[in-house]
Each structure stands twice: as structure tokens, then as C-alpha cells.
Design a protein around this ligand. Structure first.
Ligand SMILES: *Cc1c(COP(=O)(O)O)cnc(C)c1O
Length: 459
């Protein structure tokens, strides 16, 4: 053992290795040295553990190279979503359309009129660029965009109801996931939550009875990620708004997902459209940019000029302000909605939700054929399955899809799933009954080739 330890390559010799020369173009000398040291340590530990380890010069260099390769790879990188869940919160929610990506890139590498009015030659507002579009698409008088919908709700309540009570139905005390709980948000901005009604039923008179001098607003939160079904009831939007206005109070609606076009033709249940909720008379309606809208992460506030102006003047807006990439991406996404048939084609989320049965079957057939052609011992089947929408939208809806199932005699389902996840281009798949399943709904054009490459390399 001592002898082996003494035969380990010396650092000076390693640094002279021709294989290492190109590394110096990318990394500083001390950095390279660190990695060679780590590699030497790894080999030393293996010797001490009594393992039969290769102590050659090239073996040590190879270990350091692997470590450096991992370091050079970005930590945040694309993955293949084979779960079928189009709005996968952990996988980045909505994908941007090509036009939206181009718009983002355009403002990124060049100066822009972000806060400059080129007509007038004077300072402009970053929020002006998309306000008209949002007004047109939702029917609202005014609009504002911030970082995400959580920020939108915070800004709204901070600016309008500090120190006052916010009335909310017990059936709408929503937790969105992570740490966003509506009651916590209300309390965190210095407003006081006043729950009204019961979990399953809230009547208009429950709100009415709860209104006092202390009341600042009536807030409705759309139960986007769950449903209260059975013996349940909430007042109509119009009645709730009328009640608030009778008492000179504002009515707000946190709509969660911002649905701009009806998706019932795709076999999805009815969800309120932003324009319908605006038309019901709410003073402000808020929703996400990267849920059903299919755009970049953003929080959109639409409503009356009086309230939106109040939000625009609030100092918190500066901390929540949206950046130019988001604005550019959102503008391009919203433009697609000026022609709904175009939106269905251009916006990846809507495309994925709207794929025909034939298209899904064809995608599954191609992937299955490609995997069989690898001839690596995978058993391949196509079965019918169901996809979820995700992102806390359409919680009960299931869309019929096609799954390509694979198994391998030498590996368990969990081993296969793990190897796919850890592939050079990570593949996130489902598992069921000893098989790994790829839901083709969320697979993009080039994904089939990448899946096959991983399937070859991992066994
Ligand atoms: C998703 C959601 C939010 C949070 O929106 P983000 O854009 O993720 O911050 C808030 N309220 C409701 C009802 C939601 O569904």
C-alpha cells in the first residue's frame, strides 16, 4: 500500500501533461491544480481503502477531466419533459413561443426603449409597452405587470388594504405550493384576514355581515389548484362586486391562471376567462404570465385606472418590477392572442394541450420504432394514458394521451428512471408497474433522438 502511495503521479508532472494544456485556455492554473489535487486525493483514498485502483498518470488526469467537465456545464440547463404535464412547475412551467424567445433575445443584446419614449424624446414607462395589449385582450381600463402573481397580490394588498381587514371565503384560503399561502400573504403585508362563510359554502350574506368600518377589501381567490365539490356554493362574481361597491369597498380577484381563450374545445373543463372576470366588475384581477397564458414568469394586474394608478405609484413596485426580457417575451406572447387560432399554433403550451389523437399516436409510434431499432434489449410498448395540465391549473382534468413504455431485463424500473434522469441531457419520465413511461404530449421535435442516445449510453 505504501509503495502504491509513493508511486502516485507527482503534481509537477501532471501539470506538464499535454492532455492538460487545453484546460489552461478555460481555467486558471490554481483552479486546474485544485482539480488535479482532488483527483489525486480520490485515488489516494481508494488505495487506503484497499481498492485495486489504477494509479497511472492518465487515470488521474481522466478523473480530473471528468470533474472539470461537470464544472463547465451550466447547473441550470434544459431537460426533456416526458411526464406529459405541460405546465410542470419543477421543470420551468410554460415554454416560450419562438417569437417570444426572439423578442427576448432582441432586447437582451441591444439597447432598447425600455424607459424611453422615442416619439417624444423623453423618459417613458416600462409598463406602457404592453398596457394597451392587456387592455385590449382583457377589456380592462388599465394594466400593470410585475415579477409573478405572488408579487402582484402582495403589491395589490400592500397598496390598498394595509392595516385593514380583507374579507375572504373560508373555501378560498389557497396554498399554491412552496410557501405561498393566501392567508400568510395577507398577513405579511400588514392587512388582517377575516374569514367568512364555511369551507364548502359561503353566502353573500356572510360577506355582508362581516363588513365593518375596519374592512379594506373583498378578495376572491380562484381555487385554481383544487375544487370544493358536492354541497358547495359561493356567491356570483357580479353579486360579490355589487356588495363591495355598495359599501364603497373594492373587490379584487386573484385568478391564478390567466386564461385568455376558452379551452373547452380541447376537452378541458370550463374555467373563467380573464375578460369575463374583468367584465364582472372587479376593481383589480391578477394572474400569472407562465401558467395557462403560456408566457414568461410574470404577474399581471388588470383593472380600473383608479386602482392600477395607485399601484403604479406605490414604492413597492420598484422592488417587484419586471425586467426587459420578461416584457419582451410577454408582449410577443400576448400579440399571438390577437388571433386565437394563431395562439393555438404558436404558443407551445396551447399546442401541447391541443394535440390531436392522431398526432400523439404518430409521435408515440416514431419513438417506439426508434427505441426498438436501437436493438439494446429494451422491451417497448405503446399504451393509452392520461396527461395532467399541471401548474395548479385544471386540477381534475385528464387529457387522453399515448405513452411509450419501456423495460429492460437487466435493470429495474427505478434504475432506468434514475439513469435517464442522470443522462447528459436529463430525461424526466414517469414510472409504473415496472416500466418507465414517456408521455409523448410534452416531447419536442428533437427529443426522440436524445432519448435514444441516452438509452444507448446508459446500458
Ligand atoms: C399560481 C397562483 C398564484 C401564484 O402565482 P405565481 O405566478 O406562481 O407567483 C397565486 N394565486 C393563485 C390563485 C394561483 O393559482
Amino acid at each position: 500500500m505504501q509503495e502504491k502511495l509513493s508511486q502516485l503521479p507527482k503534481m509537477d508532472e501532471l501539470l506538464e501533461d499535454v492532455a492538460i494544456v487545453p484546460w489552461f485556455e478555460v481555467f486558471d492554473r490554481p483552479y486546474v491544480k485544485n482539480y488535479l489535487n482532488e483527483a489525486l486525493n480520490q485515488v489516494r483514498q481508494a488505495i487506503l481503502a484497499g481498492e485495486d485502483v489504477d494509479i497511472s498518470h492518465s487515470a488521474v488526469v481522466a478523473i480530473a477531466e471528468r470533474k472539470l467537465t461537470v464544472k463547465q456545464r451550466p447547473n441550470l440547463r434544459p431537460v426533456i419533459n416526458a411526464t406529459g404535464t405541460a405546465l410542470h412547475t419543477n421543470l420551468g412551467r410554460a415554454l416560450l413561443s419562438d417569437k417570444s424567445v426572439e423578442a427576448t433575445q432582441r432586447v437582451n443584446a441591444r439597447y432598447s426603449n425600455l424607459e424611453y419614449n422615442v416619439e417624444a424624446g423623453e423618459r417613458g414607462s416600462r409598463y406602457a409597452h404592453i398596457e394597451d395589449l392587456l387592455k385590449e385582450l382583457t377589456g380592462a381600463e388599465a394594466a400593470l405587470v410585475v415579477n409573478n402573481n405572488a408579487a402582484a397580490v402582495m403589491l395589490l394588498l400592500t397598496a390598498t388594504t394595509q392595516g385593514q381587514e380583507v374579507l375572504i371565503s373560508r373555501g378560498e384560503l389557497v396554498e399554491i405550493g412552496g410557501s405561498f399561502r393566501v392567508p400568510d400573504v395577507i398577513e405579511s403585508v400588514g392587512a388582517r384576514l377575516k374569514e367568512v362563510g364555511a369551507t364548502n359554502k359561503t353566502h353573500l350574506r356572510d360577506y355582508e355581515r362581516a363588513i365593518t368600518e375596519e374592512t379594506g377589501a373583498l378578495l376572491r381567490v380562484h381555487t385554481s389548484n383544487y375544487r370544493v365539490v358536492g354541497f358547495s356554493q359561493v356567491p356570483d362574481d357580479k353579486d360579490l362586486v355589487a356588495l363591495a361597491h355598495q359599501h364603497d369597498l373594492p373587490a379584487f380577484n386573484d385568478l391564478g391562471s390567466g386564461l385568455l381563450i376558452d379551452l373547452q374545445p380541447l376537452g378541458l373543463p370550463r374555467e373563467p376567462l380573464v375578460s369575463e372576470v374583468v367584465a364582472a366588475g372587479y376593481d383589480v384581477v391578477s394572474f400569472s404570465g407562465d401558467k395557462l397564458l403560456g408566457g414568461p414568469q410574470a404577474g399581471i394586474l388588470v383593472g380600473t385606472k383608479q386602482y392600477i394608478d395607485q399601484l403604479k405609484r406605490h414604492p413597492l413596485l420598484r422592488a417587484l418590477r419586471v425586467d426587459k426580457m420578461t416584457l419582451a417575451g410577454l408582449e410577443a406572447t400576448l400579440q399571438a392572442y390577437l388571433k386565437p387560432e394563431q395562439a393555438m399554433k404558436d404558443i407551445p403550451l396551447l399546442q401541447m394541450l391541443g394535440q390531436s389523437e392522431e398526432k400523439l399516436a404518430r409521435k408515440a409510434q416514431t419513438l417506439a420504432d426508434d427505441i426498438r431499432a436501437l436493438d439494446k434489449g429494451y422491451q417497448v410498448n405503446i399504451i393509452e394514458g392520461q396527461s395532467q395540465v399541471g401548474g395548479g391549473a385544471f386540477p381534475e382534468a385528464r387529457l387522453a394521451t399515448h405513452l411509450v413504455e419501456i423495460s429492460h431485463p437487466d435493470y429495474s424500473e427505478s434504475t432506468l428512471e434514475q439513469k435517464l434522469r442522470q443522462a447528459e441531457f436529463p430525461i424526466i419520465a414517469r414510472t409504473s408497474d415496472g416500466k418507465v413511461q414517456f408521455d409523448v404530449r410534452t416531447l419536442l421535435e428533437a427529443d426522440s433522438g436524445k432519448i435514444c442516445q441516452a438509452l444507448v449510453e446508459m446500458i
